[in-house]
Design a binder for this molecule. Sequence first.
Ligand code: NAP
Length: 283
Amino acid sequence: MSAPLVLDGKTLAKSVEQELASRVQRIKEKSGVTPILATIIVGSDPASVTYVRMKGNACRRIGMESLKVELPEETTTQQLIDKIQELNRDENVHGILLQHPVPAHIDEMACFLSIDVSKDVDGVNPNTFGRMALQMDSFKCATPYGIITLLKHYNIQIAGKEAVVIGRSPILGKPVAMLLLNENATVTICHSKTKDLPNVVRRADIVVAAVGRPKFVKADWIKEGCVLVDAGYNPGNIGDIDLENCISKCSAYTPVPGGVGPMTINRLIYQTVESAEKKLGLA
Ligand code: NAP
């Protein structure tokens, strides 16, 4: 078999950033407004701090601003909701990102629900999920949207294919399954109670791993020629797929790092630009 195709999210994200930079420039010229993404971080989890910094850097690269809101670890659910509502009302803010996970004492879903859907550029509000699943006009959940964008960019056929998603989290497994379904894949969603997971994965033309366990998907679980999407990001830059041993069997794969991760940030800033264009009547 020929060498598998590398679904290079880093390169795609970079080229989309060029397009976004010119759209931001146009927004500034036509309206005098600089789009702003508000990023909220609660506490000081090192990984979250890094992700928020990377998102701020991406905003700057395309000429947008990021408004960093840092709240202490002991912030209550109500205090966080109040802050989100303040940003909902702020005319200068076009997108809101609540970096998750938030500390365990906070009701994360209540906070997601309080984000105005017109500013929900990370696609975490359950109302955004519902609209996205039903193919109504809405933002999309950033990581799943990044995955679909990457597959489409590389002309990976989705319609009619068997897709197996491992993981059913509200921000990754479930929404990516919905987007694959909307692209006419036949979708199976697996989770910790799935029986005989390897045999289910063996059916897949497209495998999406969103488990949070390093090298969880093994080479003998996958079908020859399948497409591997590794959404996992574990300490040490290790994905959820044992890629090293799977590469010779698959037809395409997302590397870790440089596959799904850059596309997540890319979709976040992409949707913030869209939000600003809509708000300013420039869409
Ligand atoms: P999560 O909320 O912890 O969900 C993990 C899912 O995996 C759950 O649905 C769980 O099933 C399932 N699971 C756990 N053990 C399993 C097993 N033995 N067999 C089958 N399924 C099992 O995680 P997440 O937030 O979706 O994140 C998943 C991974 O993606 C993590 O590595 C995370 O770092 C990464 N991630 C990457 C990006 C990015 O931009 N690249 C963005 C978000 C997340 P149950 O529902 O039954 O518990």
